[in-house]
Design a protein around this ligand. Structure first.
Ligand SMILES: Cc1ncc(C[n+]2csc(CCOP(=O)(O)OP(=O)(O)O)c2C)c(N)n1
Ligand SMILES: [Mg+2]
Length: 369
C-alpha cells in the first residue's frame, strides 16, 4: 500500500518519471481520441437532456483519464463490471455512440429495449456487465466473475468501477473480503471524485485514503493521480499482471474530480464551492494529456482542434440518427422472459394488439428523477 500519489505526467504535460509506460504512439493517440470522444458524447447527451429530447444523463466530465486509461490495460476478453459513469470505456471497447444514445432514447435498437434506465448500458459483446443502480452491487458481481474465471482457468481478469460513495456500501466489504481470501483475479478501481452526489469525501470515510482500506483485505492498494492517464494505465497494467499471475486482487484509488453535475438532475453549485471547481478545471485530464502529446510532437494545435471537431460532429450525427428511430414495439414487452411463452401471456399480447394501443403516449411524461 502506498500513500504517495502515483503520477507520471506533470501538470504541464511533462513526464516526471523515467519509467513512463511503454505505450506505442498508436496507443497514446487512441487514449486521446477516446477521451475526446467521451467528452463530446457527454456534452451532446447533456444538451439533448436540457432540450428535453432524452430524460436523463450521467456525464463523466473530468474523469475520462481514470476510465479510459484503466480500460486500456485490459484485454478484450477480460470482463468489466461497470457503474453508470464509464461511457469512455464502452467507446474504447468499440461500442458506438449511436448504440449508447439508443439506450438514452429508449428506442427500438436499444439493447435493453427501453426497459432499463438511461445510461444503464449492457454490452455483452464487449464483456461489459449490465449496470445496476444500487450503489456497489457491481463489486460483488466482479468478484464472482473473477473467481469463476479462476476456476475455469481461462486466464481472464475482471475489473470493477465504483465511486468513493461505493466504498460505504456493504458490497465493498463483501467483494474485497472474498477476493482477498480467495485471491480472485479482480481489480477494484475506485474513482474517488471526492463527492457522492452532495456528500463530500470527508463525510464518507474516516480513512486517510481509500487505497489504505486494502490492507484489511490482504491486497495491495495504490493511490493514483486519476487525472494522469499514463499513471492510471501503468497502475492498472501492474494490477492486471498480478491478477493474471495468480497473485490476487488489487485496490486502485484514482483520485479525480467530478467536473460536472452528478447527473442531469443535479446542481452542484448548491453544495460545492465555485473556487474548487475552478481549481480542478485547471487540472483537466484531457488538456494535460494534450500538453504531453504536443511536447512529444505527436499532435499539434491544429490536429487537436480537428480531433475535437470530428468528435463533436460524430456525436451530433449519432444523436440525429438515434432520435429518428422508432420506439420498441409493444410486442417486445413480452419477449425475453420465457423460452416458450405461456398461454396467458400469449392471450394478453393478442388482446393488446387488438386494442391498437398507442404505447408512445406515455413517452412524453416527465422523467421522475
Ligand atoms: C444503495 C444506494 N443508495 C443510494 C443510491 C442513490 N445514489 C445514486 S448515485 C449516488 C452517489 C454515489 O457516489 P459515488 O459512489 O462516489 O459515485 P459517483 O456518482 O461519484 O461516481 C447515490 C447516493 C443508490 N443508487 N443506491
Ligand atoms: Mg464519487
Amino acid at each position: 500500500m502506498t500513500e504517495q500519489l502515483l503520477s507520471v505526467l506533470g501538470a504541464d504535460g511533462a513526464v516526471k518519471r523515467k519509467n513512463r509506460p511503454s505505450l506505442t504512439d498508436e496507443d497514446l493517440l487512441l487514449l486521446h481520441r477516446i477521451m475526446v470522444r467521451t467528452r463530446a458524447l457527454d456534452e451532446r447527451a447533456m444538451l439533448l437532456q436540457r432540450q428535453g429530447r432524452i430524460g436523463f444523463y450521467v456525464p463523466s466530465f473530468g474523469e475520462e483519464a481514470a476510465y479510459v486509461g484503466s480500460a486500456l490495460a485490459l484485454d478484450g476478453n477480460d470482463w468489466i463490471s461497470q457503474s453508470y459513469r464509464q461511457p469512455g470505456v464502452a467507446l474504447l471497447r468499440g461500442i458506438t455512440a449511436e448504440t449508447m444514445l439508443d439506450n438514452c432514447f429508449g428506442n427500438a435498437d436499444d439493447i435493453a429495449k427501453g426497459r432499463q434506465m438511461p445510461v444503464h448500458y449492457s454490452f455483452r459483446k464487449a464483456n461489459m456487465l449490465s449496470i445496476s443502480s444500487p450503489i456497489g452491487t457491481q463489486i460483488v458481481h466482479a468478484t464472482g466473475i473473477a473467481q469463476a474465471m479462476k476456476i475455469r482457468g481461462d486466464g481472464g481478469v475482471c475489473l470493477t468501477y465504483f465511486g468513493d460513495g461505493g466504498t460505504s456500501a456493504n458490497d465493498f466489504h463483501t467483494g474485497l473480503n472474498f477476493a482477498g481470501a480467495w485471491k480472485s483475479p479482480c481489480i477494484f478501481a475506485c474513482i474517488n471524485n471526492q463527492w457522492a452526489i452532495s456528500c463530500p469525501l470527508e463525510r464518507q470515510t474516516g480513512s486517510k485514503t481509500i487505497a489504505e482500506k486494502s490492507a484489511a483485505y490482504g491486497m495491495p492498494g495504490v493511490l493514483v493521480d486519476g487525472n494522469d492517464v499514463l499513471a492510471v494505465y501503468e497502475a492498472t497494467r501492474k494490477a492486471v499482471a498480478r491478477a493474471r499471475d495468480g497473485d490476487g486482487p488489487t485496490l486502485l484509488e484514482f483520485l479525480s474530480f467530478r467536473m460536472g453535475p452528478h447527473s442531469s438532475s443535479d446542481d452542484p453549485s448548491r453544495y460545492r464551492p465555485g473556487e474548487l471547481e475552478a481549481e480542478w478545471k485547471k487540472k483537466d485530464p484531457i488538456k494535460r494529456f494534450e500538453a504531453f502529446l504536443t511536447k512529444e510532437s505527436l499532435l499539434d494545435k491544429e490536429q487537436i482542434e480537428a480531433i475535437h471537431a470530428e468528435a463533436e460532429a460524430e456525436m451530433s450525427e449519432a444523436a440525429k440518427v438515434s432520435e429518428k428511430k422508432p420506439a420498441p414495439t409493444i410486442d417486445s414487452l413480452f419477449d425475453d422472459v420465457y423460452a416458450d411463452m405461456p398461454p396467458h401471456l400469449a392471450d394478453q399480447r393478442e388482446e393488446l394488439r387488438g386494442e391498437g394501443s398507442d404505447h408512445r403516449q406515455d413517452a412524453d411524461a416527465a422523467f421522475p428523477l
